[in-house]
Structure formats: C-alpha cells, structure tokens
Design a protein around this ligand. Sequence first.
Ligand SMILES: Nc1ncnc2c1ncn2[C@@H]1O[C@H](COP(=O)(O)OP(=O)(O)O)[C@@H](O)[C@H]1O
Ligand SMILES: [Mg+2]
Length: 262
Amino acid sequence: MDAFITIQNLSKTFHSHDGDVEVLKGVNLEIEKGDIFGIVGFSGAGKSTLLRCLNRMETPDSGTVRIGEHEITALDKKSLNHHRQKIGMIFQHFNLFDSRTVFQNIAYPLEIAGKKRSEIRSRVNEILELVELSDKAKCYPGQLSGGQKQRVGVARALANEPDVLLSDEATSALDPQTTLSVLELLKNINKRLGLTIVLITHELEVVKYVCNNVAVLEDGQIAEKGSVREIFLNPVSDTAKLFVKINRDFAADSWVKEGEGI
Ligand SMILES: Nc1ncnc2c1ncn2[C@@H]1O[C@H](COP(=O)(O)OP(=O)(O)O)[C@@H](O)[C@H]1O
Ligand SMILES: [Mg+2]
C-alpha cells in the first residue's frame, strides 16, 4: 500500500490533578492518499487527541506522524505553521468567528497565509460556489442553520487547498438530514479534489455512508482496521462488536420486523 499518512508508535499521556491519563498507547496506522478513512471509538477513547496529533495541535509524547514527504512530528515551529496550511480541519461545533461574515471566515486562513487581497477574493468566491453558499457571503454565522455553518467550516478548511482534511465529529451536532448533506459534500470534494479525509466519529452510520476504510480505537490502541465492509460483516474487537450491535438494534428495519410479529 502506498501510505500517505503514516502514524507510528504514537503515545500521549495527560497529567492532571486526579492522576495520569494514558490516552494513546502506541498507535500505528497507515492511510492511503485520496482515501476517506474513519476512526471510530467510544467517547473518551482518544479520537480527538489522535486527530489533533496529526496537525500537532496536540504534541505526542513519543512516536511519529508523517504526511506525504514530511515528518510532522519533527518540524520546527515555522515549518509547522507552513505545513499546517495544507491540513484543513473541521469541528463538531464549527468554531467559526461570530463577528466575521461568511466571506471573512473563509478568508481568514488565506490572510494568515499572507495572500493578496485580490487572490483572497477570487479564492473565497470559488469555494463559496463549491459549498453552495455564494448567496450567504455577507451573512454572519448567527444567521445560518447548523448545516450552513458546517459548510462554512468546510469552506474555511479548504481555503488553502489542503492535501488532508481532518474531521472531528463534524456531523455529530447536526440532524440526520443535514448530516447526509454534509457527508455528501465531503464525498464530493474527496472525489473532485482528490483530498484525503480522516474522519473521527462515534456514529457508525457516518462511517458506513462515507468511509472506505476504518480503524477502531480502543484502550489507546488500534484494536482493528480494514475496509468498512469487513469490519461491519466481521467485527473482532469488543468496541466494533458493540458498535455493530448498537447500529443493528437502532436500525429502523429491525424495529419494523419486530413490530410485524405483534
Ligand atoms: N488537555 C487534556 N488534559 C487532560 N485530559 C485530557 C485532555 N484532553 C483529553 N483528555 C482526556 O483524554 C481522554 C481522551 O479524550 P479525547 O481524545 O477527547 O477522546 P474522544 O475524542 O475519543 O472522546 C479523556 O479521558 C479526556 O478526558
Ligand atoms: Mg472527541
């Protein structure tokens, strides 16, 4: 396999008043270029920590992260800032600037990257079109629905033409219908731009809908990984078995079938 992202022996422990929390205990993972790769695990499993280590918003205690040619964990501060521009990120609660318009939110990373005003204008307009929000350019986040806010989040993450998009529970605060439309958008940009997407979620439906491959994070390690189909049909780890069971129990058709027997 031609790995684009390689995570080796990644470890991270948080120190708090209540004691140490060993969140990542030697995580190893390879992700192909152009993949939509899911990382699932229950709440507190360390998904966000792992994802944040990929752009070094979190510094691991040991281990390495390589994206393309570059070892992210070895970069000095200046090169890190430069390479971070090529790693977009979207969040559960959108993390938009409330006092900036949609246009200004999307322009922000371009301003940080020192782009010229004319270049910023044309790039922002281009992405607004891609996420179908051209008519909302002058609105403030407070005037948008959740789905529209996340589209702005996606647009902002794409501003600097990244190679990788990290998604931290990006659809977890959205209703099912809006979730679908945001996932459609992610699929679309993956296909159109060849963007590698790493998506963490506690919702198996999301993985099923959008990912090709998936890894299960359990007890600070990757308990299993494979194609979404493989994991669904033959879950091996306790986490995956439970995920699949819950997914099945919640599925509307099994409920209807039960109802039919009454
Ligand atoms: N900055 C931090 N300081 C101390 N503990 C933290 C910090 N960030 C996360 N943790 C702890 O690490 C564990 C994993 O958190 P997180 O990576 O957010 O998990 P997930 O995203 O899977 O829910 C949790 O027990 C959480 O409380
Ligand atoms: Mg999280």
